[in-house]
Design a protein around this ligand. Structure first.
Ligand SMILES: NC(=O)C1=CN([C@@H]2O[C@H](COP(=O)(O)OP(=O)(O)OC[C@H]3O[C@@H](n4cnc5c(N)ncnc54)[C@H](OP(=O)(O)O)[C@@H]3O)[C@@H](O)[C@H]2O)[C@H](O)CC1
Ligand SMILES: [K+]
Length: 507
């Protein structure tokens, strides 16, 4: 067996902070850089304007809707900067409070010297958005303290009704950054959110998708020291993860240097699943691969993947035999495997033999759900790759919203000391230390049969090469999505099939 590498993740991840941490980060930067808060607002607004001008030229009329907090202050500064760049800008301020924040008021003075501000004090003051301009939403940001109501809700509704691009500054007005909204809440549905410095937890929740749109992060130079010293359990995996894991192979390395993976799966009518896992496993760099499959898969696998060895089960249709695990540096089990009682016996016995982490997917997960006692015999740091339905079965319960889902996911991962990759847009990888890593790659074209089998193969292949299980899970998920993004670029999202993901794998 190869020994597992060190967990390298710690140095290559972006923190996702709570609203109160973001507020502290802001204050820490102001105190320690030091910088005046008005200048930090100026920096944030310029970052937004750079983003904006790179996408929309000055022929696009712009209307900026501002609240009276610091998000509104950003909006006023953005208006001024766009006016100075000769954009055609209208600025409307919703009077939701008797007094604006200090930096709002400073920016109001600065803007008033350049243009007239339109105040919205009643519904009658809301401008008609007939010939659609681009709307910039600076109504409410991370300081949202209650659902938007009354006049504010009316403005939000009007903006949502207009068929026009809406760009939210930092976060959509009305959307809580790190807790659930009620279904009836009034929230901007932006085409794009431009967030300052780090993503908000809401950006990763399926239930928030229409209130986030496409999103980008712009840096506003908040203190690196604060970021390093402030604990969080949420992280975002972006392209920075690639470099540390992409090393040139040593000149005198041989296939034995890259591990020997064993994949177990397939059943009559579902041999394709294990074929996809096998190809992905080889492409992920595993030196050798053996596939254990029922007899009916023998010819199929030998023909479609000549690079793999096959261990045929004595059974024609299903997997029943417990393999000798000695030769293998990592094992992945489940794709297309079926849930026959004899397969269950094999899985149970296999688990009792294991001393190092294993990758479990699909029917292996369904069998675990039906026989949860097996969860306790899984080696620590084993990797499970459920989709939300499979997670529900594993937990034996559903969730009331996506935030509760994350809590249940974390509790499960910590209770059994397992790594759980919850597949979906922004796949969430929960680690036994309680941290959750959201992925940045992937696209809806990957919601296609066999895509998950490919992921199982990738992670098993990385594990076989000696990567630490947490790295194999987080990095494997990232590379799977990256390959899917390349595939979608080539053949479009609807035409994408799982084999395309394998063909686009690069390291
Ligand atoms: N570090 C950074 O990322 C920086 C962020 N900046 C920008 O600042 C905002 C956050 O600003 P803040 O002033 O804290 O909050 P808001 O602008 O979102 O709103 C606060 C005011 O709005 C009132 N409020 C809250 N909820 C509602 C509601 N539902 N309806 C009406 N009014 C509401 C709130 O009133 P309270 O009664 O709760 O006190 C405030 O009056 C961030 O998103 C960024 O855009 C900085 O510019 C740079 C650094
Ligand atoms: K906003």
């Amino acid at each position: 067996m190869l020994t597992f590498g060190h967990n390298m993740l710690k140095s290559f991840r972006m923190n996702v902070f709570s609203v109160s941490q973001i507020r502290d980060w802001d204050a820490f930067t102001i105190a320690h850089e030091p910088i005046h808060s008005i200048d930090l607002m100026e920096r944030a607004s310029s970052a937004f304007v750079r983003w904006f001008c790179a996408r929309f030229d000055d022929r696009c009329p712009v209307i900026v809707f501002c609240g009276m907090g610091n998000n509104g202050g950003d909006g006023l500064a953005i208006s001024r900067m766009l006016l100075q760049k000769c954009y055609n800008v209208r600025t409307c301020v919703v009077k939701h409070s008797p007094k604006g924040s200090a930096d709002f008021s400073r920016n109001l003075e600065r803007l008033e010297s350049l243009t007239a501000i339109e105040w919205i004090e009643t519904a009658a003051d809301i401008p008609t958005l007939l010939s659609p301009p681009i709307v910039i939403d600076a109504l409410l940001g991370s300081g949202l303290s209650r659902p938007a109501e009354g006049l504010m809700a009316e403005v939000i509704q009007r903006i949502n009704d207009a068929q026009t691009p809406v760009i939210s500054v930092d976060i959509a007005a009305g959307l809580f950054a790190d807790m659930p909204n009620a279904p009836s809440d009034s929230i901007i549905k932006p085409t794009h959110t431009v967030a300052f410095q780090c993503p908000k937890l809401a950006f990763f929740q399926p239930q928030c998708a229409e209130f986030v749109g496409e999103w980008d992060i712009v840096s506003i130079g908040l203190s690196e020291k604060y970021e390093l010293q402030t604990p969080t359990s949420y992280f975002y995996t972006d392209a920075a993860i690639i470099e540390p894991f992409t090393k040139a192979r040593k000149k005198y390395s041989h296939k034995g240097s890259f591990g020997h993976a064993l994949l177990i799966g397939g059943s009559y009518g579902k041999i394709g699943s294990i074929v996809l896992s096998a190809k992905a496993c080889l492409r992920s760099g595993a030196g050798l691969l053996t596939v254990q499959a029922p007899q009916c898969g023998y010819d199929i696998i030998q023909t479609s993947i000549p690079e793999a060895m096959v261990l045929p089960d004595w059974h024609w249709r299903i997997n029943t035999a417990v393999p000798n695990i000695e030769p293998y540096s990592a094992i992945g089990i489940g794709p297309g495997m079926g849930q026959d009682p004899q397969t269950l016996l094999m899985l149970r016995e296999l688990l009792t033999l294991l001393t190092s982490p294993i990758v479990l997917d699909a029917d292996a997960l369904n069998l675990l759900s039906k026989h949860p006692d097996m969860l306790t015999i899984l080696p620590k740091n084993s990797i499970l790759t459920p989709h939300p339905k499979e997670l529900q079965r594993l937990l034996g319960q559903s969730w009331k919203d996506d935030y509760e889902k994350l809590t249940l996911l974390r509790d499960f991962s910590q209770k059994y000391q397992l790594i759980v990759c919850l597949k979906g847009a922004h796949t969430a990888v929960a680690l036994p230390d309680g941290s959750i890593h959201f992925n940045s790659t992937g696209n809806p074209g990957m919601a296609t049969g066999g895509s998950g089998d490919v992921l199982t193969g990738i992670i098993t292949g990385l594990l076989a090469q000696g990567m630490h299980p947490t790295d194999a899970a987080v990095f494997g998920v990232f590379q799977h999505g990256k390959a899917g993004d390349r595939a979608a670029q080539k053949c479009t999202q609807p035409a994408l099939i799982a084999s395309d993901i394998i063909n686009e794998m690069r390291w």
